[in-house]
Design a protein around this ligand. Structure first.
Ligand SMILES: CC(C)(COP(=O)(O)OP(=O)(O)OC[C@H]1O[C@@H](n2cnc3c(N)ncnc32)[C@H](O)[C@@H]1OP(=O)(O)O)[C@@H](O)C(=O)NCCC(=O)NCCS
Length: 152
């Protein structure tokens, strides 16, 4: 049986972005990027994607600000590849990038009903800062979570 190929790749503004995110691939995700190229138009953004045997299986998007604070703006793993450690690997890769860019803190927002994501963030040391009522919509709240990088 052929070995599974698992590759994490970082895109940057100079990359030739050939990968398009299909809406159906990440349909349950709140706001999938239309294309990775669009995300990378902002020079503060970074994007790491995961390929498994050539299939786009997941991605994480982060944005670093000049105030030493970064934010994770997107994270998703395709359904059939979940619960195999890929979300963990993607998030850790983004955290390492933020550290290398001298960020002091990583922030993110997550719907408290997204138990897999919330558990993943807690597992990697993120703490809940506050609950923001009606953040996404009138009946959809968000946790703001943070990870202090000098404590990791
Ligand atoms: C959140 C998500 C990226 C996790 O990806 P994944 O590859 O399945 O995660 P991993 O296999 O690396 O799991 C890492 C940890 O996440 C948590 N987790 C993952 N799936 C879980 C589930 N179904 N139920 C409870 N906890 C879960 C666990 O803490 C797990 O650690 P463990 O295996 O030691 O228990 C994936 O479920 C996803 O794409 N969800 C939809 C998109 C989304 O909600 N994005 C976040 C928006 S803020």
């Amino acid at each position: 049986m052929a070995a599974t190929s698992i590759v994490l790749t970082e895109l940057n503004r100079k990359s030739t972005c050939w990968v398009k995110v299909e809406n159906k691939t990440f349909s349950e995700y709140q706001s999938p990027p239309r294309s990775f190229d669009d995300e990378l138009k902002n020079k503060n953004n970074g994007l790491i994607y995961l390929e498994i045997n050539g299939d786009l299986a997941g991605y994480v998007i982060y944005s670093c600000s000049s105030s030493h604070s970064a934010i994770i703006t997107g994270l998703a793993v395709k359904e059939n590849y979940r619960r195999q450690g890929h979300g963990d690997a993607l998030l850790k890769a983004a955290i390492e990038k933020c550290k290398s860019k001298r960020m002091h803190r990583v922030l993110l927002y997550v719907d408290p009903l997204r138990t897999p994501a919330t558990n993943l963030y807690k597992k990697l040391g993120f703490e809940i800062d506050t609950l923001l009522k009606s953040f996404y919509s009138s009946d959809q709240d968000a946790y703001r979570m943070y990870l202090d990088l000098n404590e990791v």
